[in-house]
Design a protein. Sequence first.
Length: 356
Amino acid sequence: MAFIKPAGHSRKKVDWAGKILSNETSSKEDKNKAIEILDNWRAIHRYPMHIFKKRLKNVSEKRDKEALTVQRLKRLPSIIKKLQRVYQGDKATMKLSQMQDIAGCRVVMPTIKQARELYEKDYLKGHIKHPKINEKDYMLIPKQDGYRSIHLIYRYNSDKGKKEYNGLLVEIQIRSKLQHLWATAIEIVDFFTKQAIKSNEGQKEWVDFFKLVSSAFAIIEKTPLIQGTPKNKKELYKQIKEQEKKLNVIEIMEGWTHAVGVFEEMNKKKLVEFFLLELDVEEGRLNIRAYPKELEKKAIDDYNQAEKKNQGKKAYDVVLVGADTTPDLKKAYPNYFVDSKEFLKKLRQIISKVKD
């Protein structure tokens, strides 16, 4: 496997590129140069990511053959969004050269016990020559939105060969299967509803729903509940059932899952550019319209009309999806269908325990 070499850009130049790309008023000429720098900066992370992924796969599969390891380089839109992110009203301060998750490796262990053993024995006590520069245990102290995982940041450092990659950062995430189902479900909702629940910018109803489900999963795994959610199991499950009914989570997510399969089948000949998905929960009807590139305006007009026509209907969902984005979804979440079905199965089990 051939790996991209650093193009010789200084950290200062890398930060300049990040600043240009996060500024919407930057000139086209500057943006083109900045993208060139960012592309190389991101690409050179592939080698250290490969090294960390190999170790992660090795130690996790020794503990359980069902361990799932993946790696990814952060997508350009996600990088720019993070560079632009404002915290508590202050100015954005993130620098591209300091971003810790451009390269990431993740492992999903079948159980919470295995996930913690992997973390404690193979990473806290295990011998790793690369220095660890940051660590967050979101299993013991979950994020307020319900997110749970362990994040470890390492700085690649080699004293022989491949020294050109020294100093690059790689993030390692360790999750249980249940924590992964929760996180994947949020990615699915974000994708179809154009929300950003993952970045704390979601609609309150959906944010509240996922907080409640996170606490329900925490009860199963015997980990801390989310602050503000009911500690009483009966009341917690009752609120989940009410919120699911309010949002039609199960019907809508099942519709989306089915739609992605249809999108892929219809798009095999590359003749389609957009899909308009209309889901009527009450009628149990899913309508999908496909549009070639030259009918983009009609696709947008039809989408706007469908939204206006059914505005306020909670049992109705309409989404306009670009055909080129559905493979991205499958690539980023290779177990999309399995994970979404397993999440809904767990959700049904919780709801079934609530007596009317």
